[in-house]
Ligand binder design. Sequence first.
Ligand SMILES: Cc1cc2nc3c(=O)[nH]c(=O)nc-3n(C[C@H](O)[C@H](O)[C@H](O)COP(=O)(O)OP(=O)(O)OC[C@H]3O[C@@H](n4cnc5c(N)ncnc54)[C@H](O)[C@@H]3O)c2cc1C
Length: 509
Amino acid sequence: MYDVIVIGAGSVGSSTARELSKYKLKTLVLERGHDICSGASKANTGMIHAGYDPLPGTNEAKFNAPGNRLMYKLCDELDVPYQKSGTTIFATDDSGMEELRKLKRFAVENNVEAEIIPYPDLLEKQPDMGSEVKAILWVPEGGVTNPFSVTFALAENAYVNGVEFRLDSEVTGIDRADRMDSGQRSAFPDGANFVVHTKDDAIACRMIVNCAGLYSDVINNMVSDEEFKIIPRFGAHVILDRKLSSKLTTTLMETPHDLPGGGHTKGMAIAPSVGGTMLLGCDATEVKDPDTTEWTMPSVQQIIDYFKKAWPILPLAKECPEFPEDQIIAVFGGCRPHADTNDFVIGEPDDAPGFVNAGGTESPAFASSPAIGEYVAHICIDRLAAEKKDDFNPYRKGKKIFRTMTDDEKQQAISEDPDYARIVCRCEMVTEAEIRDAIRRPLGARSVAGVKLRTRAGMGRCQGGFCSPRVVEILCEELGLNPLEVTQCGGNSQILAAPACSLKAEKEA
Ligand SMILES: Cc1cc2nc3c(=O)[nH]c(=O)nc-3n(C[C@H](O)[C@H](O)[C@H](O)COP(=O)(O)OP(=O)(O)OC[C@H]3O[C@@H](n4cnc5c(N)ncnc54)[C@H](O)[C@@H]3O)c2cc1C
């Protein structure tokens, strides 16, 4: 029997698991996907929002600013790169100015440092900003990181500290001991309050933390009569190649506004990524299917059209006068878990003691995830009167990133590990050493997408056109797989159909 079962291994579930791993508890994480980070946590901008915009008094306000501060500490402990480069929100008209003043009021109430700087004083912070900008809200605590790296690192550190993970394990039902008749209850082990069902198992536990993101309503509604509903809100991102990235020193976003093609944005942003590219987006449109990742051309076109129009006033225009459409290398999308309560759903429902929600985790839940994880984990830790472990190790060492090394460091790395001398992904300069490490690590990659998210192999200009075959070979060598078994992202996403000779023979027959 487990003390705690965490449902979902996104940034919130992994952060919860890592906090629980500091204590003498038997903890299990059940994840529906083939890999850690299979939901919203792999589809976001990676902005470490500072907490200036949530409505004061809400859960979003309560967890965002503390989450922001903890995120930098976690990134240091877990060796995950980040940039604390601030967030710059700009206003170009009177309604934008009103929004800036509102955001500043929220920032004060949420205890977040923020300053309105009018034109031309703002040129001290953003020297090349256009004169159409009336003022900016400068938020120094904002930053960016890589949301997959954070989530993988949290899960890995939790695992190394004793938490068990089961992937491909979708929770399909939950039985409550207190709702069973005495005959049924006798089937529960002593002290168990719940039995959690997956297609393969029925697992007893004392407490549950629901971190199922876009399905957090489904999980909650299995257990509690205090129901809520997730309304998935889709957003797309456009990625620009790294040519101009050194010119982008902060995340720039306009004040929140409605979009001409429908939907709303809390600020169309251009954000640097720690991988060196730039992310543009995003829109927010309600959709039915929580698993929607397919973007549509109108949704992407409105991002492009927005930036074509706004480009001349952005500092990047000095270097490149027109929006560089030819630098677009990819588009991706995903859904935010927006709850009909209009807020994060956090804590135990009154009618379900022992069941703890960390749901409704729309933006800024990635930035808030360290604080949400800490809070919900401590509900369990306190209830179960768990003792701290003496041997918890908060640190994790990442593999050195070849692309960011100096020439001397590259020579040194190659002399220590000759696999560093073989570049597999030429666009992103990812070496065989980094790919093998990503597979060999605890909870390592088992698919082509798993390698991509951990190393950036396939994220560059050719989008995996050249490196995917070699990545497949390395996965086969490391995991003892037949090439036909290698998948893009688990399930039925096999990359290869059959050996070419058998296809030829079939055609000739
Ligand atoms: C376009 C876009 C941009 C965003 N930008 C930002 C940003 O810049 N900054 C920010 O802070 N936030 C941002 N967000 C929001 C952020 O991505 C989410 O708030 C955050 O990732 C939520 O994390 P989570 O762990 O709660 O959910 P998820 O990452 O979705 O994790 C939930 C996990 O639960 C699993 N699961 C679901 N059902 C079951 C089940 N029945 N059994 C077992 N497992 C299950 C899923 O497979 C998934 O892995 C953005 C979101 C989007 C879509």
